[in-house]
Each structure stands twice: as C-alpha cells, then as structure tokens.
Design a protein. Structure first.
Length: 240
C-alpha cells in the first residue's frame, strides 16, 4: 500500500554498494516513500542535517565512517537526530555486530542477502511504532507505574520529572510491559507485539533492547525498571 506524497516518509539509505542502494530505493519508492542515498557515514551525516529523514537504513561495514560509529555519534548527539530510527544492514555472519548495533541504539536489523519486501515491511513497522497517532484515532491514555510515566501521544517516557530518551522500539517495549504490570511477557510475545507474527528476530535482540532501557533509566536513578524471570521472559519492575 502506498501513501500520498504529502504524507510520504523520507528514508535515507546508506550503503557503499550502489546496487543495494538502488534496489532499496526502488522498493521503498514503490511503497510511497521518498528516498535519499549516501555511500558512507560521512555523506550520511551531512544528509541527515540537510534532509531530516524519518528513518535511516544503515549498512554496518562501510569506508570512512562505518554504520556502528555513525549510530554511536547520533545517539550521543543532542536534538531530534539523536532519536532518528535506524534499521541496520549487516553482511556479516557474526551476530555480535548485529547485537552491538542494537545495543548502540538501532531499532532493527536485516542480514544480507535480504528480500527488499522484508526491508520495506520492517521499515513500515518501525515507522508505525514511532509515528504519531492519526487524528481519527482515539487518544492513547498515559501510563503511570509508580515513578515511571509513559505518554503514548508524545512518545515520551519519564522517571519522576526526568525525561528519558528512548528509540521507537525501546519505547514500544517499555509501554507493552508497563501496560500489564503483573504480567510476564515471553520474548516471543514481545517480538509479536513489536513486529507482528513471522518476523525473524532473535531473543538476543530483545535482550539488547532491555539492557538499553535498563541502562538509560539507571542513569536517571531507576534501578528496578525491568525484572527478568528466568526461562520465561520479562516483567516491568516495581519502579519505586
């Protein structure tokens, strides 16, 4: 399904392989999105400031400035670019690079060789998680769990009065756990909620998102954000 040009999302495709960039640009354009391209991380940094993309598809292994370092710099920056959703592309067999990408703040990853249709689906899922609710939709109610507060309308999470920056995926995971504070969610349940049934995501990816959330809230003073139930899954902590 396509969207009108007035509503089209702008996607930045960053890969040193021009063929991959063109394949993705074609598939995403057919889905109604506007595409910018960069051949390396240095070019991508310039385009992010000039074009303000809604999401970046980022190759991990590139010359000059690789994808992991670009992600690290963005997440450490100030302003809206720090929250730019990132879908990593990885051509490496070693899962460590993909997990590191998630732990640096990536929202998802796809392993090369990939199906362009899968990339489009994952891009759509990330944008849906991070997009604002449509005006026709009923307003989403804030969630408060002791000192933790979550505002689904503004996509903001707070510990007390302190705003804690999260990626779209991290926010949705936190919102899921906080919406049912007495429930333990298995990793499969979390994957289905974040991505929909059938997405090939490893348990370690969910674990990485949980570690990111714990670290961010620990820096704000929260030491019990998410509980691990061994062999079962995760539950929101007491947040006292």
């Amino acid at each position: 399904m396509t969207v009108s040009s007035a509503m089209a999302h702008r996607i930045l495709v960053v890969d040193d392989d021009p063929h991959i960039r063109e394949v993705l640009a074609f598939a995403l354009s057919k889905a109604g999105m506007e595409i910018d391209q960069a051949a390396d991380g240095e070019d991508a940094m310039a385009l992010i400031g000039a074009r303000k993309p809604d999401l970046m598809i980022l190759d991990i292994n590139m010359p000059r400035l690789d994808g992991l370092e670009l992600c690290r710099r963005l997440r450490a920056s100030n302003g809206a670019v720090a929250q730019l959703p990132i879908l990593f592309l990885s051509s490496r067999d070693d899962e460590i690079d993909r997990i590191l990408g998630i732990e640096l703040g990536g929202d998802d990853y796809v392993v090369k060789p990939f199906s362009p249709r899968e990339v489009v689906a994952r891009v759509g899922a990330i944008l849906k998680r991070g997009g604002q609710a449509q005006e026709a939709d009923p307003p989403l109610q804030p969630i408060r769990h002791n000192r933790l507060s979550i505002d689904p309308e503004s996509w903001e999470a707070r510990w007390g009065d302190r705003l804690v920056a999260t990626t779209a995926t991290e926010f949705q995971l936190l919102r899921l756990l906080a919406s049912r504070p007495s429930r333990v969610f298995s990793r499969d349940m979390i994957i289905d909620d974040l991505h929909g049934p059938g997405f090939a995501i490893t348990d370690r990816t969910i674990d990485s998102h949980v570690r990111n959330l714990r670290a961010k809230f620990a820096a704000a003073g929260c030491q019990d954000l998410i509980e691990t139930r061994a062999g079962v899954g995760y539950r929101i902590g007491s947040c006292l």
